[in-house]
Design a binder for this molecule. Structure first.
Ligand code: GLA
Length: 768
């Protein structure tokens, strides 16, 4: 009776705000089961045994009742310790522990390990109490999802290890508008002694026996986030970064999906880490064929000393369940990030079309060269000039001057303000590049403060791109660098900052940390990046911030909390970008993908693709230019106003609409196709890129997605200049009106285009 009234009371609290109960959290006191509901999924945990272990029961399609605790198999041998204490080990090593810990007989991947002052490492957590409330608390010092009291609910479960006097608070938040669960853990030392956390992961995902594939996003410099799918065999499949950044190599993401899951069908479990430093994603199929995946800060190079009553907050881990294949997972992440992670004035606004001078000039520029670019660009409709690397100190190449953030007035004669004012006078905004976290050995800053670089005393730290990493975990270093950046921003009308980070961390040593705290450096470094960026966007709330890291080495949900856009990759080749942007869009909304049109032959791969195609691919992201507009072929230059028109015509749709993957060049090696549908389903834009032409093919059938089956849509091929010339050939039924259901089931035919690397835009508009 008590449990029923408890459930009712929670449901009522949701209905009080006039909402449908799309999400909910209940605790049934009778069977000691927690049930978390998102609109289409349920996540259940239960307390077992007198000792109070917290087990994972179920994660999948939404359930309408909670009586499924039998799934924990505590009735089957081996019994719970309460009835079979002589075989405790078998229980520990097979029970689906919700937050598994180290050293007491669970030999699978675990989440929490310690070192006590006497050198012991075991932890065992059992249930103490819980709390359910509307809304969600902030995670101190960390990026995290958020939501109003009407938008989300949170469950906090207090667990403890009474021997260590260690408390762990497991938090889970569900949202009314997306099938995502945000989780994190706070660990508190209630003992009289310090304790060192040697592993503090953010959570686990327990799945029953089944045939699963693992999906990760793998890459390298200039080829970030390529989708990799492989079977999960017995043993482990893991990806990680221990570079002090999320990295080019592995996105902090892992999905487990049914072997038979496709783009549109089947069960997919996605896990994404809201963090920008070292990370681990590991899935293990154990001796009973069951699966446990864990996610969190990479435990090697990590330890954290907790003094009495101090706490440690893990970063947040997002779990998503989709029974509609990868498409469903993508939609859940996009909705979560757009509504509950990204912030700031620019989030839902059209961003100015920028032109960046990196590939145009590299280090070889002065104010006149920049003004020449700006004049030409503004006449073509480009709205902002971004001055990239090379404007400060004696930075004439990437060998020197990082840390010397004073304007080089030999290059920029008359100073920065004069240049910015002149660019503003052309009707353009001005943006600037920084790499605040770095220091060149050949810099005034290094000569004055050699100990500010991260290094181990007595060992020459390794250079990468001839630079060291600043120890911004030291407040005086972070404050100094922040002031350098802020001073420049205060000195002129600067609308945009590209915040770069061009090398990973190594030789981890901080002059400011005691011996038993050196393992904290990497995490402290990441927290310092967050602090600095929070400070920046607080002092300059109108600033458009774009994060960057040698292209896309820090493209993660953590950075997304601070900047509404992130530079996707240094590879601006339209064809290479297809796989990069497909992988990125698997998790991230198109509105945050930094994408520019660059010159050909492409500076990274030497390919020449039509200017038109380069435009179509960049239009799927933030859109801008990365070229010397005064020197590109005239025909290309003349195409810019048309591309600008396309951007203005479609950016609201691209930025705010629902993204659908229709075909993948990475899979078929011939063509790529994606679609964006407006949230009211009145409009859609299909981008089709024919990478390679093949003989004897007249047309290719593409079935659309996400339309309203009942609505009628006019199908038109958009022209490259955005004038929407209905006579432009390219697809059947060009100019016709068809029902959404027809377009989704029968599809359209894309005409074969002569040549390679060519594309078309198809625009659909609802007609009455
Ligand atoms: C990184 C960025 C580039 C550019 C250079 C400048 O590689 O990804 O876009 O800003 O640094 O040094």
């Amino acid at each position: 009776m008590l449990s029923l009234s408890l459930i009712l009371c929670v449901c009522r609290s949701v209905k009080r705000f006039g909402m449908e109960v799309k999400m909910n959290i209940t605790y049934n006191q009778e069977n000691r089961v927690f049930k978390l509901d998102t609109p289409n999924s349920s996540y259940l945990m239960g307390i077992v045994d007198k000792e109070g272990f917290l087990g994972h029961i179920y994660y999948g399609k939404r359930l309408e009742e909670d009586g499924v605790a039998y799934l924990m198999r505590t009735q089957e041998a081996p019994f719970v310790p309460e009835v079979n204490d002589r075989e405790r080990g078998s229980f520990m090593d097979s029970f689906p522990m919700e937050y598994p810990t180290h050293g007491t007989g669970d030999y699978r991947q675990d989440c929490l390990s310690v070192r006590t002052k006497d050198g012991y490492n075991a932890v065992q957590l059992t249930y103490v109490s819980h709390q359910i409330y509307d809304g969600k608390k902030k995670l101190e010092g960390l990026p995290a999802t958020f939501g109003e009291e009407t938008e989300c609910k949170t469950l906090e479960i207090r667990m403890e290890d009474p021997i260590l006097s260690l408390e762990a608070v497991l938090s889970y938040s569900v949202f009314a508008d997306t099938d995502a669960i945000a989780g994190s853990v706070r660990i508190i030392n209630h003992s009289q002694e310090p304790v060192w956390l040697t592993k503090a992961l953010s959570g686990a995902l327990n799945l029953d026996e089944g045939a699963y594939d693992v999906i990760t996003l793998h890459g390298g410099w200039a080829r970030e986030r390529h989708i990799v799918r492989r079977p999960l065999e017995a043993g482990m499949a893991a990806v990680y970064s221990r570079r002090g950044e999320s990295g080019h190599q592995e996105q902090p993401f892992m999905a487990l999906c049914e072997k038979t899951a496709t783009q549109e069908t089947g069960a997919v479990y996605g896990m994404h880490f809201v963090y920008s430093g070292n990370h681990l994603e590991a899935a293990e199929k154990n001796q009973f064929f069951r699966v446990r995946a864990v996610m969190g800060i990479y435990p090697e190079d990590f330890s954290w000393k907790l003094l009495p009553e101090e706490s440690f907050q893990t970063p947040e881990m997002i779990r998503v369940f989709s029974c509609e294949g990868l498409d469903g997972m993508t939609r859940a992440f996009h909705t979560l990030y757009r509504n509950h992670l990204m912030r700031g004035k620019w989030l839902h606004r059209k961003r100015p079309i920028l032109i960046n001078n990196w590939e145009a000039t590299y280090f070889d520029f002065d104010e006149q060269k920049l003004l020449d670019i700006a004049k030409q660009a503004s006449a073509l409709g480009i709205e902002m000039l971004v001055m990239d690397d090379g404007w400060f100190g004696n930075r004439s190449s990437d060998n020197m001057a990082l840390g010397d953030w004073q304007v080089n007035e030999q290059k920029l004669k008359g100073g920065l303000k004069k240049l910015v004012d002149e660019v503003n006078a052309l009707g353009m905004q001005f943006g600037i590049w920084f790499e605040p976290e770095m220091i060149s050995p050949d810099s005034d800053l290094y000569r004055a403060h050699p100990d500010w670089a991260i290094q181990i005393p007595g060992r020459r730290a390794g250079l990468i791109r001839n630079q060291y990493v600043l120890d911004i975990s030291r407040p005086e270093v972070a404050d100094y660098i922040y002031e350098c950046v802020a001073k420049v921003l205060r000195s002129a009308n600067i609308a945009y900052v590209k915040w770069d980070m061009n090398r990973p961390l190594s030789d981890l040593g901080s002059a400011a940390l005691d011996a038993d705290r050196q393992g904290e450096l990497s995490h402290r470094y990441t927290l310092a990046v967050y602090r600095m960026q929070e400070r920046l966007i607080t002092e300059f709330p109108d600033l458009l911030l774009e994060n960057c890291s040698s292209g896309g080495a820090r493209f993660d949900p953590g950075m997304l909390y601070y900047s509404p856009q992130i530079w996707c990759s240094d590879d601006t080749d339209a064809i290479e970008r297809l796989a990069i942007q497909e992988g990125t869009a698997l998790l991230y909304p198109l509105s945050c993908m930094g994408a520019h049109v660059s010159d050909c032959p492409n500076h990274t791969v030497g390919r020449t693709a039509p200017f038109e195609t380069r435009g179509y691919v960049a239009l799927a992201g933030t859109f801008g230019y990365e070229l010397d507009v005064t020197r590109i072929p005239e025909a290309d230059r003349n195409s810019i106003p048309g591309q600008v028109r396309l951007y203005h015509k479609y950016n609201d749709l691209v930025r705010e609409g629902e993204y659908y993957r229709l075909a993948s060049y990475s899979e078929n090696r011939l063509y790529d196709c994606w679609e964006v549908v407006s949230s009211d389903k009145t409009e859609a834009l299909v981008t089709y890129i024919q990478v390679l032409n093949v003989p004897n093919r007249k047309s290719r059938r593409i079935c659309l997605k996400g339309l309203d089956p009942q609505k009628r849509y006019l199908v038109e091929v958009e022209s490259p200049d955005g004038e929407g010339d209905a006579k432009t050939a390219g697809c059947f039924p060009q100019g016709s009106v068809l029902l959404g259901s027809t377009l989704m089931n029968a599809g359209i035919l894309m005409e074969s285009i002569s040549g390679d690397y060519v594309g078309k835009l198809i625009h659909l508009t609802q007609v009455q």
